[in-house]
Design a protein around this ligand. Sequence first.
Ligand code: NDP
Length: 332
Amino acid sequence: MFQTLLVTKDDDGQHVAFAQLDESDLPDGNVTIDVEYSSLNYKDGLALTGGPVLRKFPIVPGIDLSGVVTDSSDRRWEVGDRVVLNGWSTGEQYWGGYTQRSRVNGDWLTRLPDSIDTRRAMAIGTAGYTAMLSVLALEEHGVAPETGPVVVTGAAGGVGSVAVAVLSKLGFEVVASTGRPAEAGYLKTLGASDVIDRAELSGDVSPLGRARWAGAIDTVGSNTLANVLSSTRDNGCVAACGLAGGADLPASVLPFILRGITLAGINSVTQPSHRRDQAWARLATDLDMDLLDSMTTVEPFGRLPELAREILAGNIRGRVVVDVNSGDPAKG
Ligand code: NDP
């Protein structure tokens, strides 16, 4: 028997409850995994509170997992392999990571670099891996430490915190935008050179503002993304990965046609395996693991429903690892 968090749906809406399942309940797949850790992402918050994320019921939510292979009929994976799974619609359409055991498609797995254990893999999680995909996009569009500062919006959140830490280790001047001034010290510890109030970027959109940064990683969307675009320097690049402030984009074409900037969309869910391997290899070398630990809280399985509400309220700092084997979920 093993514990899962299960979401069911009926005429009254979605219901979230812990359940004890056994091997016969596992979904189809060719690799079985003892899950050691999962994590909490903004999308998980939406999924657990009835947001438009889950596409099949009943379902085990959780878009991340890390653990050890216990059985495999896929020749690429052997018993004892340490793996991570992000995206591929797990925790949305297929069984996700809020479980002590899972069975998945071997195509979806990524081998963990030797220097990243399963707990730190979930401290990184989809948020950190998305931050690295965003950094890769900036680099591929010519943004480098010598081209100028990079702004990170939603900086005290999960994607933002990892982005600040990685960019700073790579030698960038990082400007962190946050709505929580009390987190300025935290953001400077991660490596931000400057911390600005999110209100500077969330107001009325100027079609073409003062050129301030060579690049940006935006987790907020809406007016914030539009203002970031209009304040990006000639030939700069903005990696857009989030919508914590809204899914709209009230922007003008002027930054594109007068400054030649690039808007790079980031989708972590559908990246091919080689891109995932590249991102995880870069996380192993370009993310300071002590800083990662300092931005991470490890929480017991049973607190997930409460934590889901907290992340949507913008109250979570950095990353939350979920220890699916800790405590009795029924007791919270
Ligand atoms: P978090 O909740 O950890 O971080 C989001 C941050 O955004 C908050 O900490 C806060 O930062 C800021 N924020 C929250 N609400 C608002 C608001 N109303 N207006 C402006 N800023 C706000 O979430 P994650 O880091 O896990 O995810 C961030 C975003 O990235 C989400 O929208 C998520 O869906 C998206 N995402 C996309 C992925 C992809 O593949 N494209 C993958 C992973 C995440 P602060 O307090 O510093 O202002």
